[in-house]
Design a protein. Structure first.
Length: 334
């Protein structure tokens, strides 16, 4: 047990399991593999499709390069197709390249069994069994993270996780303004979603059918919005989304697209349901409770003025429909 190799391995595993965010954990795994195996190259590929698409060939990928042979050959010309196939099948892919090295693609599965990222390894010899064991450790640990921060019914982020996530967004915005980073021009919004007349669904069809509506609603959220958007089940039939957009028009279009998706969807047994949405812009100097309060007031206005609509807090204040009193406390809708 005192061999240097085992000590190095244990040190790497301690570092790996010290992470608490899946996205960071994926990169930590790639770095661990690179340090342990010493291959020519290790990349972590993630899908960055603008909206969820079924045709995986259309997926675009980011690539985090952790090591590269200085004058090495270029990767396969059809690497994107290989990645798409790996995402779709969830199976390991390996092939010999013309220069004698092996390229292996390993899908990283999240707790739901779907592929969240792909580790691409280029090496003269790929230790397949050792890599699979590390991937198993990764998957077991992501399951623990998922159980802690995900809602059990919908698999969206839970209310417990919200504070940490929104504070991370606010901190990044604040740091960007201090650096006068180009990204400081990006606009962030928080939206509160509430299923209209959901209490009636539970009363007429029972809580099992109500849970099915919540589950399908959450699935439609993940299919409609981007992978980078933060989606939470905040409690009951209330959901929250945190979005980064280029303009006020952009967020309007994003939310209106989702409103139409819900209104056209046929929920089993229940039929049609609608959603009311209130949203507000996020400032780098905001407090998380103030942001929710503003979005809640916009949602409350939507509920009291026809439902099945989207209301923006800032626009309501500009129109004189709401007073800019930044009222604190959660708004009870029923």
């Amino acid at each position: 047990m005192n061999s240097p190799e085992i000590q190095i391995l244990l040190t790497k595993l301690i570092s790996l399991t010290n992470e608490r965010e899946v996205a960071v954990l994926e990169l930590s795994l790639a770095q661990t593999l690179f340090d342990l195996i010493a291959p020519l190259n290790v990349d972590a590929h993630k899908s960055v499709s603008i909206y969820h698409v079924k045709d995986l060939v259309k997926l675009e990928f980011t690539e985090v390069v952790l090591g590269k042979e200085p004058n090495g050959p270029e990767p396969l010309a059809d690497l994107k197709l290989r990645l798409a196939s790996c995402f779709s099948s969830g199976e390991v892919f390996s092939c010999e390249q013309s220069h004698g090295h092996t390229l292996a693609l390993y899908p990283l599965n999240n707790s739901t069994g779907s592929t969240s990222a792909i580790i691409a390894i280029e090496a003269s010899v790929v230790p397949h069994e050792a890599i699979l064991m590390l991937l198993k450790i990764f998957q077991n640990f992501t399951c623990l993270i998922n159980d802690n921060e995900r809602d059990a019914l919908t698999n969206l982020l839970n209310r417990k996780t919200f504070e940490a996530k929104i504070n991370k967004v606010l901190s990044a915005m604040y740091q960007a303004t201090k650096r006068k980073d180009d990204k400081s021009e990006a606009l962030h919004y928080l939206a509160v979603f509430d299923i209209d007349f959901f209490k009636k669904v539970n009363d007429e069809y029972g809580h099992l059918i109500g849970d099915e509506v919540l589950l399908l609603f959450a699935q439609l959220m993940t299919q409609t919005f981007r992978d980078t958007d933060l989606l939470f089940r905040f409690g009951g039939e209330e959901f929250i989304g945190v979005f980064e957009c280029t303009s006020h028009v952009d967020i309007d279009n994003v939310l209106e697209r989702f409103r139409r998706v819900i209104s056209h969807f046929e929920f089993p047994q229940v039929g049609k349901v609608t959603v009311s949405i209130g949203y507000t812009a996020i400032s780098a100097y905001d407090a998380s409770n103030h942001v929710i309060d503003r979005a809640d007031l916009a949602l409350y206005y939507a509920k009291n003025n026809g439902r099945n609509r989207i209301c923006n807090y800032e626009q309501l204040v500009a129109d004189g429909s709401l007073l800019d009193n930044k009222k604190e406390g959660h708004v009870e809708l029923f």
